[in-house]
Design a protein around this ligand. Structure first.
Ligand code: CTP
Ligand code: MG
Length: 212
C-alpha cells in the first residue's frame, strides 16, 4: 500500500460515561470538547472521519461536529464500531478506530499505526508498559513483564476489520477481534500521555498534560 492509500477513521463516542458520572465526550478540555479534539487529530491523518454518538445526539452533533459523517452508536462499544464501519466508504483501504475518550492522541501515533499497516501488517496497536503490580481477583500476582496496556488509535486493513466485526462479538478492543479471527496484529510504542478519560480525576491529568 502506498502513501495515497485511503485512510478513514471511526471515532467511537457513543458511551454513557458511567464511571465518569456523565457524558465525558462533550466536556470542555482546555477550551475544546473531548470529542472535537479526537476528531481534529484524526482529520489531520485521514481522508474521512466518522464519529459515532448516542442516537439522541446525532442531529445536534451533525451540525456541530467537524467529522465527515455522524452516525448513531449501539449498546456496546463493538456495536458502535460496527455502526461506524457501515458509514466508511468501500474505497477506504485502511481503517483506524479510536476512542473519543482519548483526546490527547496526536497525529504522530496515527502515523505509527497506519505506517505499520501500509508496510504490510494486518493491524497495529499502540501499547504501553503496565506500571502497577497486577493481582488477579483470586489473589495470584501476574508477572507484569508479560503484560501491556493497549491504547487507541488502532489501524487495520479494512477488510480484516470488517471481517472481524461480522460476528456479534462484544470485545472492548478491535485488535482482539482481528486476532481472534486469526490475523496477527503488531504493537507499536504508545505514549503515557495518551490516557483514556475514564474517571473524573483523568480530566485533571489530561489538563496537566496539555499544560506541559
Ligand atoms: N463507546 C461507544 N459506544 C458504547 C460504549 C462506548 O461508542 N456503547 C465509546 C465511548 O464513548 C468511549 C470509548 O467507546 O469513547 C471507550 O469506552 P469507555 O471509556 O468505556 O466509555 P464509556 O462506555 O462511555 O464509559 P463507561 O464504561 O464508564 O460507561
Ligand atoms: Mg464503557
Amino acid at each position: 500500500m502506498d502513501d495515497r492509500t485511503p485512510v478513514w477513521t471511526v471515532i467511537v463516542a457513543a458511551g454513557s460515561g458511567t464511571r465518569f458520572g456523565g457524558a465525558k465526550q462533550y466536556l470542555e478540555l482546555a477550551g475544546m470538547r473531548v470529542v472535537d479534539r479526537s476528531v481534529a487529530a484524526a482529520a489531520q491523518v485521514s481522508d474521512g472521519v466518522v464519529v459515532v454518538v448516542p442516537p439522541a445526539d446525532v442531529s445536534t452533533e451533525s451540525s456541530r461536529s467537524a467529522a465527515t459523517a455522524v452516525v448513531a452508536g449501539g449498546p456496546s462499544r463493538a456495536a458502535s464500531v460496527r455502526n461506524g464501519l457501515a458509514a466508511v466508504p468501500p474505497e477506504a483501504a485502511i481503517i483506524c478506530v479510536h476512542d473519543a475518550a482519548r483526546p490527547l492522541a496526536g497525529p504522530d501515533i496515527y502515523h505509527k499505526v497506519v505506517g505499520e499497516v501500509r508496510a504490510g501488517a494486518g493491524g497495529a496497536v499502540p501499547v504501553v508498559p503496565v506500571t502497577d503490580t497486577i493481582r488477579r481477583v483470586d489473589g495470584e500476582v501476574v508477572d507484569r513483564s508479560t503484560l501491556q496496556a493497549v491504547q487507541t488509535p488502532q489501524a487495520f486493513r479494512a477488510e480484516l476489520l470488517r471481517m472481524a466485526h461480522t460476528g456479534a462479538g462484544d470485545a472492548t478492543d478491535d485488535a482482539g477481534l482481528v486476532q481472534a479471527a486469526g490475523y496477527p496484529v503488531v504493537a507499536v510504542e504508545g505514549h503515557p500521555r495518551n490516557i483514556k478519560i475514564t474517571h473524573p480525576h483523568d480530566l485533571v491529568v489530561a489538563e496537566a498534560w496539555l499544560a506541559t
